[in-house]
Design a protein around this ligand. Sequence first.
Ligand SMILES: [Zn+2]
Length: 755
Amino acid sequence: MCAFYTDSMTHKRTALLALASLSLCKTASAQSILGFTPASATHEIEIENKFKSIPNADEERRQHRIFTQEPHIAGSKRNKELADYIAAEWKKQGLEDVIIHRYDVYGTNPKSASLEMIAPTHYQALLREKPLPGDDDSKNPAISGAWLGMSISGEVTAPVIYAHSGNPEDYDLLRKNGISVKGKIVLVRYSNPYSYRGFKALTAQREGAAAMLVYSDPQEDGYKKGKVDPEGPWGPEYHIQRGAITYDFMVPGDPQTPGWASVRGAKRIPIEEAVSAPKIMALPLSWHDARPLLENMDGPVAPKDWQGGLPFEYHFGGDRVKAHLKIEMDNGIQPYYVVEGRIRGSDLSDEWVVMGNHRDAWVFGGVDPSSGTASMMELTRALGELKTQGMRPRRTLIVCSWDGEEVGLTGSTEWGEQFADELRAKAVAYINVDEATSGPNFHGQAVASLAPMLEETTRSLQDPSRKTLYKVWKETVERERKEGQQSGQFNASGASNQTLADTRIGSGSDHTVFLNFIGVPVLGLGFDGDYGVYHSAYDDFYWMNHFGDPGYKYHTLMSQLWGITALRLANADLLPFDFATYASNIRQFVNDMAAETIFKNRDDFDLSAKYAKEHAADAKQVVPKSTYEIRGLDLSKVRKEIDDFEVAGKNLNESLNHRLSSGPLDPKLAATLNSGMMQVERNWLNPDGIPGRPWFKHILYGARFTYAHLELPGLTEAVEKQDWPAAKQQAEILERALHNNTQLLDELNRRLGPQ
Ligand SMILES: [Zn+2]
């Protein structure tokens, strides 16, 4: 039986490919890959098989040990040593044009911090993590105490108020209970629900709090979840989640060079004028240190969803608990280093496939990011070996080790800003890996046009359980979607996705500059699992070897997957973009926006369907979202443009597949088609950016201040504010971009000629 059929039966392009495959099936070894002619696909499979055989678990473990040996925070001596190490290794491995870029940025380092409860009793917070039996790294004297990047220095003595998760609605509830946090210290917890700690800091700052303490409640990542380190993967009593509080949801990178690179001599704005620089003191706490504060609080009993995992009743707080907090920071200019290497393309060297992972870690960075860095070193070793054996990719592969991701996505942002023009002209895609491995569950992210190619790629890899990675991924996603539905989460992330790949991409890692500032399609790869030691000193080599990936099998699989995804993009005859899938995703974004807006604001919106408002709750289940309309904004033109874009995308898929199946391509035609397809993502950018955040230029993809994904950011935010003139303007920008891209696809289709 022709392998082709079984492999691609469920794929969207099946019917067309099936036709095309009639001729393919004549040769026994015929394989099909999106974007490849039959002959190129056969050749590609040979290359991939060779590639897959190179990464091995022992090497992954050896590299992982090198990166987790010592703490290596952004800007530290050790992190520079690791940059030099990577550069030297890459040269040995056969990478070309290896270079270390230096950016002089506004960095952040701790000097000292102390917290003491002065009433009703005295308690001096440890602000340190105790060593764990069996884990020698946890004894390392170089481990930092508690600190948050970009906190300001200061000193305050004030009452402590418990503000739950530190989100705006939490302060509303405190207000309703007659509690003001002005001039006080707020104690918030990390993730109930999750929101980025920088958003918590901004919210506390806006509320007029003098300082924010943020702690890890055992409910979320500790003993309430399961066994804690060193017996299990969850966070022990003393673990401290460090992190930065930079307002990089406003503008990422160096706060003093918003929108341009911090190269030597670059113009710098005063830090007081930098919108992404916080103006509040902030410190993280283990639950061990938070407990005495919480336990002694007076004031009304906090509501049920504010209660946590500690064995007492949580109160809002009043005047009873007072604390003295002092933080001294060393914030100022320091160098960050980005390592870049490449393998120049054999015949399309001016088309780039870019890959990256950050190097800086809060402490050892067992998962975050050293699992990704180890996988990257095996990826580059394998790519170098292919090159040495004469298998140079057709397009140029660029790989980067970013610095200062943890501080504000800094290294990647500065690099992206420095090379923005070149990237706009040359970049095919960016593949990001951050926390590569914290367990066995695969999650892939992709802009919608690349979702099918990512799914197809996972079919050619085997998971350690010996099923295809595709199958395991599908099972994971199906399980999670079911759990999401059961827990009653309306439109839980991905619940209405039509793809396995998560096409709703927020911020919080190094893909941001590529997608949101330059308009480069992005992919993100990661394996995850139970992980309660994030950003603590216990996220280390011991943890990885006992819980995360004891055999380093998932690290190895990551190197394979990362490489094969890159090789397919680098070697394709025609770039494997699927714009019909993009169109149907955009339609879903619009429908979800309309539906969510309606359910959030029942009184202000109507269902255009026959359903009366009082039935809206039932309607949630049964009314197709496509029938939701927002009163005050006519979306019919947007919908029509999406339909047109989808038709153009389908037509192009057909023509491309037909052309690919009929043998070698004229290089000039291929070049025209490829550069046209690369242009589509750029066309989603609005040079003015989204209202209030000009750095974020993508009109389909954005992020909330919490880092959560936010589709159609300009439009959605205007609709949520019920600012109808602004919403109309944003809808028109979307219509125009859709229209331009439809015309572009139609033009490419014409170039392909009659089929
Ligand atoms: Zn990370």
